[in-house]
Design a protein around this ligand. Structure first.
Ligand code: FCB
Length: 518
């Protein structure tokens, strides 16, 4: 039987997840048929059944403050650039805001108990900078600190390792008013903020990631203007990226000075990049993509220089690079964390005259590949549509995580790796004929195949110690608002009711068993 077509055609039917559940528990559908192989990217069932994860593997989920907390002006919190953006008419699909989001600011005890129920061992969350320093500098707002202190205690009580992302895009508006990330002074302000967190929470948090997806928020915020603050200037992007590099290193030092238990790593967005053709030019373009999008900040931290992301020398002057910055950039990370969602096909654009970078939809898609992306990196990057697409429009390509994990392992001398995010957007909702269950078979299938590939990379020697599914629960998906659902738990935004989806129940069983045929 063709597993994928089977799932697709049964989706409209009430019993979809029951059937899929029967498939996985009884092993009724166990062989890879020729038609199944016709779905590009599909992983054979035999590999999924054979996959094993090491004892002590940290199964987790991830969220971000702005996407789940709500309480946007409570307890002295300042305005963030995302508050301002989402309060501007026309910026968010469906005209929703994150003012309430999942109300996790108040409902965190319930959410942490749910994570425990799903046998989770790690919870990746982020702290909202404007809750700690409402305008971005100065003495901490103790109500904000106290909130996160209680929140971290709730994680520990539920047997969850608190994994803290220090910055997941919600810059205090007060700092944007002072020039935002292109202003080099932000590196110092950011290191002060990180030190405050380490001082007050570092007795219990030992795992810190300075930035979520630094390329994305600098490029989309300053390079093409799809995210706040909505600037479109490549020079501003390059300056912002350099400030973030300096900030990352300064924070590593300030965190370690404030907490002897601290380990510092990363939460980079990464897409494996495959050249469009075998030509030297396309292969070099794919290398530039990898250098710019995947390892720009990692290489800077580990080696104190930028990788070869540009055609020719890096535009140092435009970046605001000063003599001696090599030393300031250096920040040997204790472990390397990155996300995987989908892949890219890259071609050379060194002779292209038009540069736009296009608009963006969602956080992962470059929507307009018709131009070269920018005059410095000079490539075109396209998300292929050879494999099936999720409802959020991303290509499902399970093998990508294998290539990424084994590639980074080789390039960086076998570091400890944390998968900080991965997931898929599907809109499945509670179904009354199934007693209100959420039969999201496609999400189970997505994770089964991807995790089989991850297990394969681990079997081949990669030192991966965790996997964080994006996301614990449906949440506010940036400029896509509530039009995308990535959660293992369904959220009804009318009353904040949480319903564990079938994928959540499945992921909980996986976490308990360390294997996928559960
Ligand atoms: C990632 C972001 C995360 C979420 C997922 C779907 O790029 O880090 O906040 O939006 O995409």
């Amino acid at each position: 039987m063709n597993r994928r077509n089977f799932i697709r055609t049964s989706l409209a039917a009430a019993g979809t997840s029951l059937l899929v559940g029967a498939e996985s528990t009884s092993g009724l559908v166990s062989t890879t048929s020729p038609s199944q192989q016709n779905v590009p990217g599909t992983i054979p069932d035999s590999e999924i059944r054979a996959a094993r994860f090491p004892e002590g593997f940290l199964w987790g989920t991830a969220t971000a403050a702005f996407q789940v907390e709500g309480a946007w002006e409570e307890d002295g919190k300042g305005e963030s650039i995302w508050d301002k953006f989402t309060h501007t008419t026309g910026k968010v699909k469906g005209a929703t805001t994150a003012d309430v989001a999942c109300d996790q600011y108040h409902l965190y005890p319930q959410d942490m108990a749910l994570a425990k129920r799903l046998n989770q061992k790690s919870y990746r969350f982020s702290i909202s900078w404007p809750r700690i320093q409402p305008a971005g500098t100065g003495a901490p707002n103790m109500k904000g600190i106290d909130h996160y202190s209680r929140f971290v205690d709730a994680m520990l009580e539920n047997n969850l390792r608190p994994f803290c992302t220090i910055y997941h895009w919600d810059l205090p508006q007060g700092l944007e008013d002072r020039g935002g990330w292109p202003n080099r002074d932000l590196a110092g302000y950011y290191a002060d903020y990180a030190a405050i967190l380490a001082k007050h929470l570092g007795d219990r948090i030992t795992v810190w990631a300075p930035f979520n997806m630094p390329w994305s928020f600098t490029y989309m915020g300053y390079g093409v203007g799809a995210f706040p603050p909505g600037r479109s200037n490549f020079g501003d992007f390059l300056k912002a990226a350099h400030t973030v590099t300096l900030a990352q290193a300064a924070a590593l030092h300030s965190i370690k000075a404030a907490s002897s238990k601290a380990t510092v790593g990363s939460a980079y967005g990464m897409c494996p990049a495959y050249p469009a053709t075998d030509s030297e030019a396309d292969r070099a373009a794919a290398d530039r993509y990898h250098a710019m999008n995947n390892v720009f900040f990692l290489e800077a931290a580990m080696k104190g220089h930028y990788p070869k992301a540009f055609v020719g020398e890096p535009p140092y002057e435009l970046m605001g690079f000063k003599p001696g910055d090599e030393k300031l950039m250096l920040a040997p990370l204790d472990w390397v964390g990155f996300h995987y969602y989908t892949r890219r096909i890259v071609s050379d654009a060194s002779h292209v005259q038009a540069f736009g970078g296009g608009g963006f939809s969602g956080t992962e898609i470059e929507a307009d590949p018709s131009t070269g992306r920018d005059p410095y990196t000079r490539f075109r990057a396209v998300m292929p549509t050879e494999g099936p697409l999720t409802e959020s429009g991303l290509e499902v390509w399970p093998h990508g995580i294998y290539d990424l994990v084994t590639g980074i392992s080789q390039e960086y001398n076998h570091p400890i790796i944390e998968i900080t995010e991965s997931g898929c957007g599907y809109l499945d909702a509670p179904y009354d004929k199934e007693n209100g269950r959420v039969p999201d078979a496609r999400r189970i299938e997505f994770f089964r195949e991807e995790l089989a590939e991850l297990a394969h990379a681990i079997a081949d020697g990669a030192r991966v110690r965790s996997f964080h599914a994006w996301s614990l629960l449906d949440n506010f998906e940036w400029s896509n608002g509530h039009t995308e659902r990535y959660g293992l738990i369904y959220v009804d935004y009318r009353d904040q009711k949480r319903t564990i989806k079938d994928s959540g129940l499945w992921y909980g069983r996986v976490a308990a068993a360390n294997r996928l045929d559960v």
